[in-house]
Design a protein. Structure first.
Length: 312
């Protein structure tokens, strides 16, 4: 157990270190002069060369790649995300404010996806190959093929422009989260429906289930104690991946619906070449990925303890 935890923490450290280094390197070697971009974002114009040189020195851009990386990653280990190169304010409070909008939207999208996918998959597997099953597979395939940005625009045209039922832009009221959550949730539902359907059908085809039926075990108990845990393993995998990759979709959806949050935070930081803000978003995303993977491993062990024994 101790060895497994040690390997887990080692992999986590390697992933986070590699992510931080790759992000810093990509920003550092991006085309253009980052000092000019920061100056333009800070002053809304290009100041004299002397001021640009001062900004370059202030941001540590003249120190070389490795000294600049060490100067950033050192405080980061202690939880200090640094100050914005444009505003000079601490990055962490602004990041928390952005996440206060993005977090509820991501959870709402996951909730919509679960509310659609679970009943649809259960209904589809009642009669495999029937018309309801074929309709569910077709809807899931169509939903997986539609890009989130296009689906969001369609929902805006239908419910905001044509029908006028829901607001499309901003985040002033609870109603403003409905269309973005639907955009995210329909994509999640498409993936979960297909995986949950396949998992249930595969679990019902296990060779040991007829033995339980011959012993007189009720079908309801077989479904609860054997089919559901077996089908849940691939679903947990996809659900964890959807939860992690949902941040990417949230960023795009927030831009489409003009919502404040991690999307506008990241887009504005990239445009201004605000290194500390961009790096903070990437590091936070990497931490969330690692955390989700850890939770998936724990859930795997709870669903099937043999998985942990084989890994040991």
């Amino acid at each position: 157990m101790i060895g497994s935890l040690g390997n887990l923490f080692l992999r986590t450290a390697v992933v986070l270190t590699g992510t931080a280094l790759a992000t810093f390197a990509l920003l550092w070697h991006a085309p253009g002069d980052p000092a000019l971009a920061i100056a333009d974002a800070r002053y809304a114009s290009i100041p004299p060369a002397e001021v640009v040189d001062l900004i370059r020195a202030e941001a540590g851009l003249d120190a070389g790649f490795w000294p600049a990386f060490q100067a950033w990653v050192g405080p980061l280990i202690g939880g200090d995300f640094g100050q914005s190169s444009v505003t000079g304010r601490d990055v962490w409070p602004e990041l928390v404010t952005a996440m206060s909008y993005t977090g509820p939207l991501a959870l709402a999208g996951l909730s919509v996806g679960l509310l659609i996918s679970v009943p649809l998959a259960l209904l589809a597997t009642q009669h495999p190959g029937g018309w309801l099953d074929r309709c569910a597979v077709a809807l899931a395939s169509i939903g997986a093929a539609i890009p989130a940005y296009w689906l969001g625009l369609l929902l805006i045209l239908l419910f905001a422009v044509q029908l006028g039922w829901l607001p499309a832009m901003g985040a002033r009221t609870p109603a403003h989260i409905i269309l973005p959550a639907l955009t995210l949730g329909l994509g999640v539902a498409a993936s979960l429906t297909r995986i949950l359907r396949s998992g249930i059908l595969e679990a019902r085809d296990q060779h040991f289930l007829p033995a339980f039926q011959r012993r007189g075990v009720a079908n309801r108990d077989i479904e609860r104690d054997h089919v559901v845990p077996h089908a849940a393993i691939p679903v947990v995998t996809v659900f964890g991946l959807e939860l992690a990759f949902l941040l990417e979709g949230v960023v795009m959806v927030e831009v489409i619906f003009a919502r404040p949050g991690l999307g506008s935070f990241l887009v504005n930081a990239i445009e201004a070449r605000d290194f500390p803000k961009v790096q903070a978003v990437v590091v936070l995303t990497a931490v969330l990925f690692v955390t989700v993977n850890l939770l998936i491993d724990l859930i795997y062990h709870a669903l099937d303890p043999r998985i942990g024994e084989r890994d040991a």
